[in-house]
Ligand binder design. Sequence first.
Ligand code: PLP
Length: 391
Amino acid sequence: MNENTNNTKIRIPFNRPALTGNEMRYVSEAVARGHISGDGIFTKKCHAFLEQVIGAKKALLTTSCTHALEMAAILLDIQSGDEVISPSFTFVSTINAFALRGAQPIFADIRADTLNIDENRIEELITPRTKAIVVVHYAGVGAEMDPIMRIADAHGIPVIEDNSHGLFGAYKGRALGTFGCMATQSFHETKNIHCGEGGALLINDARFIQRAEIIREKGTNRSRFFRGEIDKYTWVDIGSSYLPSDMLAAFLYAQLESHDIIQRKRQCIWDRYFQHLQSLAREGHFSLPTVPAHCQQPYHMFYLLMPSAKHQQELIAHLKIHGIYSVFHYLPLHLSGMGQRFGGKAGDCPVTEDISYRLLRLPFYNDLTEADQEDIMRSIADWVDGTSSAS
Ligand SMILES: *Cc1c(COP(=O)(O)O)cnc(C)c1O
């Protein structure tokens, strides 16, 4: 590999968190109000926004999506020996939150087109010990929720949507995050809408609401106390501290308010990549993301699927030499050190094992300029010319 690779200056990062509207003003306002612990006025505004715009029965901000997933695992009473089905092609928290409660991960392979859990591989993995199915809407493109919900309902198994990528996405006209009994959002700085670190638990099955409030408040009924429903609060269940500071909620609310602007910017970036890279894709140098007509995507990321792992490594290195930071994504969880301790082995999820090593994500952030984007695409075209003339 070229020795420049490691010390070339990055001109175009992979991600750069942007401020869009009133972030700093609202943070100051939260501080000025003198309520910067959790569940202040900005947290309530975020809850109302998420409930209205997504249509969840209840939204609860959390310190991260990881913590929202942990809450979901506690709410489903996941115990040692239970099995939880999830894709192997996902972020570790999707399944770790359940492993933390003692669950055995059962990894399902993905579809080769949308890279979402393959709905046709789920039923064969169900056993009497299956306690949950966790679905990820990769890149915000909806998993096949109709068949998935049919299978889950037939077996009486709850579905959790890890909707980290899918905020504002829809499947057959219905918002992602409203299919499962619960869904989780991430507001990490790499996501469309962010507050640095943050998340939310969306509850669609009202039976979970009261206990969720308790788990999020250290196992106490403090939420009911604050609403004046009881005159003192006490320890009633297990729980932890899953609520973020109202300063973060203030930052987040400004982003949520600006979601139209943010989403429009991201759509422009996505469309420009898609249109301009079309001809190279047609020539077979890579393929572009598949978005089925019944899926409305929220423009979370843009990736190329390279013909081989070697092409992926070469293009990442080529872009890096030109100061452009592109990255691969999830490596198969079932083949990780931890995944292997759970019994994962090569061949378990062939599509995942193939695609993980070929996928390359291009820089994608709200303030990515047209000039920088053209620079990226020119660099990709140069690499294609270089490899074609070399072979
Ligand atoms: C980002 C992400 C998470 C974790 O989100 P945090 O808010 O950082 O905990 C979980 N799952 C998926 C699919 C993600 O992309």
